[in-house]
Ligand binder design. Structure first.
Ligand SMILES: *[C@@H]1O[C@H](CO)[C@@H](O)[C@H](O)[C@H]1NC(C)=O
Ligand SMILES: *[C@@H]1O[C@H](CO)[C@@H](O)[C@H](O)[C@H]1NC(C)=O
Ligand SMILES: *[C@@H]1O[C@H](CO)[C@@H](O)[C@H](O)[C@H]1NC(C)=O
Length: 220
């Protein structure tokens, strides 16, 4: 009889301590971002109960569109990449979640890294992203473009100043015709027509006519 009672008490004690243990380790609940709460443990993981009323994501966590999760965002303290894995294209760098190399942060979503512009014409969000990569470039209509009288050179990956016919130059790729055709070269420090042609472009023709018109009064 005594033994049975003891067993019963032991059973309930074990059950009690087990359920207590479970409650203690239950660090988070089901209340989504924006939903009502009384304490932090009512809210989903990586969220807290703001002023004992509504759940909000912890600092450096951002809500998913359906508000059912708080996911890592740039700036979160991390020990390894797995902490940052709910971000897209991110790694743990120097103890902080950050975009992988050749990725930049989406200005609309700090949990999302998007590919950095590589060539002119690639998508951009801000002018400084284009400048970082191409120097003299701007973000126009969401794409990187070289500024006026600069052009993109694939060999250097930069926007460089355009040298027109008879302008000074040091490299062939600096010389570009007005029509952007590849008909000029750099010879003896000057942009000239390829193959030693005298006139090779409309620009050159116009220049010749211009000189001719200017000289006309002196000729006659
Ligand atoms: C960011 O949001 C703005 C305004 O909602 C939108 O015009 C732009 O395209 C978005 N940018 C990206 C990279 O999604
Ligand atoms: C932000 O980007 C992450 C990762 O790509 C995505 O899971 C999340 O839904 C995005 N958040 C919003 C509000 O679009
Ligand atoms: C541009 O440069 C990249 C690497 O610098 C090279 O892989 C690619 O073939 C080049 N494209 C052209 C059209 O020359």
């Amino acid at each position: 009889m005594n033994v049975q009672l003891f067993k019963l008490i032991l059973f309930f004690a074990t059950f009690q301590s087990l359920s207590c243990f479970q409650l203690d380790t239950q660090e988070y609940g089901n209340a989504k971002v924006g939903e009502r709460c009384e304490r932090d443990r009512n809210c989903i993981q990586h969220a807290f109960c703001f002023t004992h009323m509504t759940c909000q994501c912890d600092q450096y966590y951002s809500p998913t569109p359906d508000k059912s999760m708080c996911i890592a965002s740039a700036g979160l303290t991390c020990t390894d990449d797995s902490v940052c894995s709910s971000m897209t294209n991110a790694v743990c760098r120097q103890g902080i979640c950050a975009c992988k190399d050749s990725y930049i942060l989406d200005i609309n979503n700090s949990s999302n890294c998007i590919v950095r512009p590589l060539v002119v014409g690639d998508l951009c969000q801000r002018t400084d992203e284009c400048q970082d990569t191409f120097d003299r470039a701007m973000c126009i209509n969401g794409r990187c473009q070289c500024i006026t009288s600069y052009h993109f050179v694939n060999a250097t990956g930069k926007c460089i100043q355009t040298r027109f016919l008879y302008n000074l130059c040091t490299k062939d790729y600096e010389c570009v015709d007005f029509d952007n055709k590849n008909i000029l070269e750099c010879k003896d420090g000057q942009c000239v027509c390829k193959n030693g042609q005298e006139t090779c472009s409309r620009g050159a023709t116009l220049t010749s006519i211009g000189i001719f018109v200017v000289l006309l009064p002196f000729i006659y």
